[in-house]
Write a protein that binds this ligand. Structure first.
Ligand code: ADP
Ligand code: MG
Length: 303
């Protein structure tokens, strides 16, 4: 994580931010035995109390799972674990293994009543696909309360901006080239968040020579192969960006465009495996392709 804030109150505000991030990590970590999520995952089907903040992010994750028809599923982690993305001991699970694990994957079976969570024995929660975005929102808010008017937060690749650059111009963000080194182009933005997901970020090469990435389609247990190679979501709230970048990656281009038209409230930049870029109309003028990629076709998605 790299947190950059400007102005007189920046230094003290950043110290507070660091403490706050550690607090949130301690609540939502899947491996820390004292975390809320660990407690729920070890509950064996019994009802467990969690902190207000955990209840809030869990409610958000469950709502987004519902809204994206399960493309985002906060109970997918046993499948992600089976592929080795947690331990780093990568392997291709058998079809049977995945079928078994998918029996215990279903956000609809997570019951959240105020601050109490009940979930079937064997089910596992992981807020990994939304936690960084939510953290970005909380830290941006904290910085503003401390009087910071200009800051750029990079929370594990999730970008959160407070205001504009100190000179009053917009932030210039590099969108990573999903096909290799360097950046595809520059996106100008301000006050809000930009989050990118792609299977090029974390993957392994299987014994069959194929590339296997960390974003899973919850309907199959296999890698999302939607024709998209990178999804960037731009919106005021980091949590929405984070949830949608993962979910829209799973959906693919057509479903993504439909989702955007139906829901709105965000913009997106999609890169397909056919070397095309799709931008929603609200950011049409904000993105500049690097010269190196000038052969890529840019399409604009309109309402
Ligand atoms: P990252 O957090 O690595 O920047 P994402 O926000 O796209 O990237 O989250 C991907 C992580 O979420 C994966 O590493 C995995 O742990 C988990 N995950 C993978 N597929 C899904 C999914 N369909 N729904 C929810 N979480 C997922
Ligand atoms: Mg995400």
């Amino acid at each position: 994580m790299t947190l950059t804030a400007y102005g007189e109150s920046a230094e003290a505000a950043l110290t507070l931010s660091e403490d706050r991030i550690k607090e949130l990590e301690a609540l939502w970590s899947t491996t820390d035995e004292n975390s809320d999520i660990y407690k729920v995952n070890q509950s064996g089907g019994t009802r467990k109390e969690v902190s207000e903040e955990t209840a809030e992010i869990l409610q958000f994750a469950l709502d987004m799972a519902e809204e994206t028809n399960g493309s985002l599923d906060p109970t997918i982690s046993p499948v992600v674990t089976a592929w080795g993305f947690i331990s780093g001991e990568y392997h291709i699970p058998t079809e049977n293994e995945l079928t078994d694990l998918l029996q215990n994957t279903d956000y609809e079976k997570v019951l959240l009543e105020e601050n109490f969570v009940t979930m079937p024995d064997g089910m596992q929660l992981d807020l990994g696909a939304v936690g960084k975005g939510y953290t970005g929102d909380i830290i941006a808010e904290l910085l503003k309360e401390q009087g910071v008017t200009s800051a750029l937060l990079d929370i594990g690749g999730n970008i959160q901006m407070v205001g504009r650059k100190p000179d009053g111009s917009r932030w210039r963000l590099g969108i990573q080239n999903p096909f290799g080194e360097g950046s595809l182009g520059v996106l100008e933005s301000e006050e809000g968040a930009v989050v990118t997901s792609g299977n090029y970020e974390r993957y392994f090469i299987g014994e069959d020579g194929k590339q296997y990435g960390h974003i899973i389609d919850p309907s199959t247990g296999y890698q999302a192969e939607s024709g998209l190679v990178s999804v960037s979501i731009i919106a005021k709230e980091g949590k929405l960006c984070d949830a949608l970048s993962t979910a829209i990656y799973v959906m693919g281009l057509d479903e993504a465009a439909e989702y955007w038209k139906d829901n709105g409230g965000f913009e997106m930049l999609l890169v397909t495996d056919e070397n095309e870029i799709y931008l929603t109309e609200g950011i049409e003028d904000d993105f500049t392709l690097n010269e190196k990629f000038s052969d890529m076709e840019i399409h604009v998605i309109t309402q």
